[in-house]
Design a protein around this ligand. Structure first.
Ligand SMILES: Cc1cc2nc3c(=O)[nH]c(=O)nc-3n(C[C@H](O)[C@H](O)[C@H](O)COP(=O)(O)OP(=O)(O)OC[C@H]3O[C@@H](n4cnc5c(N)ncnc54)[C@H](O)[C@@H]3O)c2cc1C
Length: 362
């Protein structure tokens, strides 16, 4: 693995195991950030594209349905998955191009996202700092077009490689083919809607870090930090430190309290619908979108319905941020789903808005 980033050469990822690493009746409790109990009948660790092809040729796994698992930070196991679970552990990181307009970095899908953000900064290739501390793997980052503090993955995306889980063929997709949207991409959409959900396994992601670097500071929390510190022109390292500090203060650390981050997407409504809601609830937190529609803060809607701190069994709404559901210790996926449905019903009852879960419910 080229962790120095000093050259443009190929990354020396560990040699693929000659046989598949298959585990039977594997516990998934430690492989999901919510710490929900679940067991995989078969769990296969995928360290290379060759592993995927071996898997497809395997009589037991080849034809079975498949569930791709990264860091498990955006998945809710409401039951044991019936599919063969493919844990993505493809490693490697390297600089593939140094152009006048950008550095292009390629990372293995199994690399930890936050480590990649920190590594690029250490190498002197800024641009990912606003996305610091998002849990999970680099391979999952395009799946829901991760975003935070005014930046989305699509703003730093060059292309990715993915293996088709039926044919075993590798394809390279650019941003257009990935069809990125708000917490959405072709990888989240079902085949019936022209999507690739469950159909392919991303093995490598290439990130484009624009030169010259421009800070992204138009987000309220970052503006507050600028005002507090008097730092009018923060560098990338400072923004990275600010984002880490803000996130640590706001969000529960999955290492201590099981959770999957924001449980619902912020709903987008028409300007007319928003005006209507403001008429009844003038305090509602809303942001204008470039297309004239309005994004509403889902956490505000949930809080307004009185859910903060409430629980179903051992699943609860986090006291400090109503958008986050947490595992108080020993929660089951069924409890999380029951709590989520109850929240959806009460938000719909009061505001006429259907909240859509952000994590994938298995
Ligand atoms: C505390 C906390 C804070 C968070 N904050 C944010 C945030 O600010 N912004 C944000 O956008 N998200 C956030 N998230 C959600 C989550 O971290 C991201 O969605 C992350 O990208 C998920 O990565 P993962 O490897 O854990 O994916 P997983 O949970 O393992 O998988 C998520 C989905 O992606 C698919 N998938 C995973 N890897 C691959 C692959 N290699 N190829 C194909 N499909 C794949 C899975 O099948 C599944 O459908 C947060 C989560 C937590 C727990």
């Amino acid at each position: 693995m080229d962790t120095t980033g000093s050259g443009l050469g190929r990354a020396s990822a560990p040699a693929p195991a000659p046989t598949l690493a298959i585990e039977r009746d594997a516990s998934l409790g430690e492989l999901n950030s919510f710490r929900l109990p679940a067991t995989a009948r078969l769990l296969v660790r995928v360290r290379s594209e060759a592993d995927v092809r071996r898997l497809l040729a395997d009589p037991e796994c080849g034809r079975a349905s498949k569930l791709v698992l990264g860091g498990g930070s955006n998945l809710v196991f409401s039951r044991d998955p019936r599919a063969v679970v493919l844990r993505v552990e493809v490693k490697g990181r390297r600089l593939v191009a140094e152009r006048p307009d950008a550095w292009v970095v390629e990372v293995g899908a199994g690399e930890t996202w936050h480590e990649i953000v920190a590594w690029t900064l250490d190498q002197g290739w800024p641009g990912l700092e606003n996305l610091a501390l998002i849990p999970g793997t680099a391979g999952a980052a395009p799946v829901q077009n991760i975003g935070a503090y005014g930046l989305e993955l699509k703003d730093r995306f060059e292309s990715l490689d993915a293996v088709d889980l039926v044919t075993g063929r590798t394809v390279t997709l650019d941003a257009r083919a990935c069809a990125f949207g708000y917490r959405d991409s072709v990888f989240k959409r079902a085949a019936l809607d022209g999507g690739l959900a469950g159909k392919s396994l991303i093995t490598r992601v290439r990130l484009r870090l624009p030169r010259p670097w421009q800070p992204v500071l138009g987000y309220l929390d970052l503006e507050r930090k600028m005002a507090e510190t008097g730092e009018a022109a923060p560098d990338a390292r400072t923004i990275f430190d600010w984002v880490c500090a803000i996130r640590r203060a706001k969000l529960p650390d999955p290492a201590r309290i099981g959770n999957a981050g924001s449980f619902f997407k912020n709903p987008v409504v028409s300007a007319e619908q928003c005006r209507d809601i403001i008429g009844r609830d003038p305090e509602i937190v809303h942001y204008p979108m470039p297309d004239g529609r309005m994004k509403l803060a889902a956490g505000w809607l949930i809080d307004a319905c009185g859910w903060k701190g409430k629980s179903v069994g051992r699943a609860a709404v986090y006291e400090r941020q109503a958008l986050v559901l947490v595992n108080r210790g020993g929660a089951t996926g069924a409890e999380v789903v029951t709590l989520a449905r109850a929240i959806q019903e009460s938000v719909y009852g009061r505001f006429g808005i259907r909240l859509e879960p952000e994590p994938v419910i298995v």
